[in-house]
Ligand binder design. Structure first.
Ligand code: SF4
Length: 205
């Protein structure tokens, strides 16, 4: 049994809910929520999407959205200009190229403007139950490094390092465990090592 199995076992025991905290009811909503979640808390995104999803329901609704109006609606999530561009641009491409359906594979998802592997992995794992990769967000990046699971700082390289050591059936759940640990204990500033279930096996890099 390697260290990673021990890490996963301990985290699974401590943190039971390993799903995204983003609220959504279909792949399109999850795609939109995930784009909005960049540099923003899930709670703020959920607040914004509560009204947003009532107004925009279909791919066409997003594709034909008025840019300024849309920007105003999502303003509180930050980076609203880029996020608007990504969401409306993605909807336009989904309409034109993917028969109005959010793609269910990595290659096509990565074609959508503003969609990188992190967003694609969330959508694939959560909405389609497919593990083609591992979500690497700011928490996964920081905690994986501290735990010594990677020596890299670049998210794509970190993902490749994690893919090599994490069993495939944990690819979807693992990042959410790490995100919980990262939010609650292994915070960017002043991580609370003494409250951490990994304290005795973590090199604390
Ligand atoms: S022991 Fe400290 S550095 Fe290691 S995972 Fe826990 S909080 Fe983070």
């Amino acid at each position: 049994v390697g260290k990673i199995d021990d890490v996963i076992k301990r985290l699974e025991k401590k943190y039971t809910n390993t799903k995204t905290a983003l609220k959504y009811s279909n792949p399109l909503e999850l795609l939109v929520a995930t784009i909005l979640s960049a540099q923003c808390t899930d709670a703020t995104v959920n607040k914004v999407t509560e009204t947003l999803f009532k107004k925009y329901k279909t791919v066409d609704d997003y594709a034909m959205a008025d840019v300024q109006e849309f920007e105003k609606q999502i303003y509180s999530t930050g980076f609203y200009k880029n996020k608007t561009k990504s969401i409306i641009g993605s909807a336009k491409m989904i309409r034109k190229k993917f028969k109005n359906k959010v793609p269910d594979n990595m290659e096509d998802l990565l074609e959508l403007p503003g969609v990188a592997r992190k967003t694609a992995n969330v959508v694939l794992g959560e909405a389609f139950g497919k593990s083609e990769g591992i979500v690497v967000d700011t928490h996964v990046k920081r905690v994986a490094f501290r735990l010594g699971l990677t020596k890299n700082k670049n998210p794509e390289k970190i993902e490749q390092d994690l893919i090599k050591i994490i069993p495939k059936d944990k690819w979807i759940g693992f990042p959410f465990l790490i995100i919980k640990l990262g939010r609650e204990v292994c915070t960017a500033k002043n991580p609370q090592h003494n409250k951490c279930v990994l304290n005795d096996i973590c090199p604390k890099k």
